[in-house]
Design a protein around this ligand. Structure first.
Ligand SMILES: Cc1ncc(COP(=O)(O)O)c(C=O)c1O
Length: 447
């Protein structure tokens, strides 16, 4: 007989702990108190594939794509592959009708290998090399987002047929995020400051190249933006800029790509982007801006990355030790850390964690979940409530690790990167295998 059978009154508190804003929709406690996602117990994944492992809920990724398509039926939704670029995800989002944004030859190759039609690929990057531009042109990508004057020269020399391009502008909108991801302000490395001589020069130079077809403007304001009004402001500024280009050059731009950056909640209670509100703000801003500028409505595109995959991902770890410091914290050290979750060190991100192999009924303590890497700052989650009798060997799950976790992973301390295990309809399958010590040795070819 299970705890939940003996104490059915525990059930409400059980579901309350697995906040649907943070966990995949199909997350439950099973009858034995274990956390399941997509019908698969995380403890079974830990046994089968070892730890740490990234778990990815296919239905959650597809569901997020559908949410976007439903909220913005007329817009183009472009999945930002930098959040998590593996063949399976590129395939799922493409099947769900999304386009794909890539920012390197590697991401381009993965998208193409997944069967994403080249015409639905958008190539980004502030430092695209000539090899990368050549690969993009050869593949026939639908759009290249021009980021510098040098790139216009390079691209003009490479194109063999007419290539559609967008011009990336920074609209001078400060969303007050972490400095590492604030990309809407004028003084930063991406794109051209809106209204600058460089931006005007970029338009002139593109128009001088018959093989380049400038179809629209692009901006990306930053990350973890939950206030839709920032996007309304971007629409107003960029439509005004499109009208100025029509006035100065007689060119009617038809595409407006507003980038990504829609916030997700990493822990219960955190703000996330409300897609219905965003849709309303964009509609109003487009109506007002187009009327004011007497400009035809452009086709809107958006590039969510995190909002598509973050919540679909959960990382499972095993507890290695539990250390109580007299007068200090309780450290629960797990067998992963900053190698598989760089966000804490990079952005000061805050995560939560739960024990996944049993229901946490009984007394709890406040603990710090620490990583196994040789940095004092390697902490995955602070101030989390875990069972007081937590033991080495038990399984912890950290939610909302589907975006910028595998992509930012490193093999620091020569610890190989974790595998990605997909769960769907009660089954699990390995999408990316674990990086082994043999893999590391194979790359290390000198003596
Ligand atoms: C140009 C561009 N588009 C989209 C994104 C995706 O952002 P997010 O994952 O926050 O939605 C990024 C992230 O850096 C970006 O640089």
């Amino acid at each position: 007989m299970t705890l939940l059978e003996i104490f059915p009154s525990l059930r409400p508190s059980v579901s309350a702990r697995l906040d649907p804003a943070v966990w995949p929709r199909d997350t439950h406690y099973d009858d034995t108190g274990r956390v399941t996602i997509g019908g698969v117990a995380l403890a079974d994944i830990a046994d089968r594939y070892r730890t740490p492992s990234y778990v990815l809920d296919e239905a959650e990724v597809r569901g997020r794509c559908r949410d976007y398509r439903a909220a913005f039926p007329e817009a183009e939704i472009i999945y930002a592959g930098k959040a998590l670029m593996i063949r399976a995800v590129a395939d799922w989002v493409s099947q769900e009708g999304l386009s794909v944004d890539v920012c390197s030859a590697g991401e381009l190759a993965i998208a193409l290998a997944a069967g994403v039609p080249a015409q639905r690929i958008v190539m980004h990057g502030n430092g695209k090399t000539s090899d990368e531009l050549r690969a993009a042109v050869a593949a026939g990508v639908g759009r290249i987002v021009v980021d510098s004057l040098a790139e216009i020269t390079l691209l003009s020399a490479l194109v063999t047929r007419r290539q559609r391009v967008l011009l990336r502008l920074s609209p001078g909108i400060d969303v007050h995020g972490h400095p590492a991801v604030r990309t809407g302000v004028l003084d930063q490395k991406f794109g051209f400051p809106m209204g600058s001589e460089a931006a005007a020069e970029a338009v002139t130079r593109i128009l001088r190249q018959p093989a380049l077809e400038l179809i629209g403007l692009h901006c990306h304001l930053g990350s973890q933006i939950h206030d839709p009004d920032h996007y309304g402001e971007a629409v107003r500024k960029l439509v005004a800029e499109m009208a100025a280009i029509r006035r100065d050059h007689g060119l009617l731009l038809t595409h407006l790509d507003l980038g990504g950056g829609h916030a997700v909640a990493y822990r219960g209670g955190e703000a996330q982007m409300n897609l219905t509100e965003l849709a309303e703000v964009l509609e109003d801003a487009l109506d007002a801006a187009c009327a004011r500028q007497r400009f035809p409505r452009p086709r809107i595109a958006m590039e969510p990355g995190r909002a598509i995959v973050a919540r679909a991902g959960v990382t499972v770890y095993r507890v290695v030790s539990v250390k109580r410091i007299d007068g200090g914290h309780t450290y629960v050290t797990v067998d992963g850390g900053m190698g598989d979750n760089a966000r804490v060190a990079l952005y000061g991100a805050r995560h939560s964690a739960v024990v996944a192999n049993r229901h946490p009924a009984g007394p709890l303590i406040t603990a710090t979940v620490a990583g196994r890497f040789c940095e004092a700052g390697d902490v995955i989650a602070a101030d989390v409530r875990l069972p007081v009798d937590l033991r080495p060997g038990e399984v912890l799950a950290v939610p909302c690790t589907g975006a910028y976790h595998h992509s930012l992973a490193s093999c620091y301390n020569s610890v190989g990167r974790p595998p990605i295990i997909a769960v769907a309809r009660g089954r699990d399958r390995e999408l990316v295998r674990r990086e082994t010590v043999d893999d590391l040795l194979r790359r290390d070819i000198g003596r």
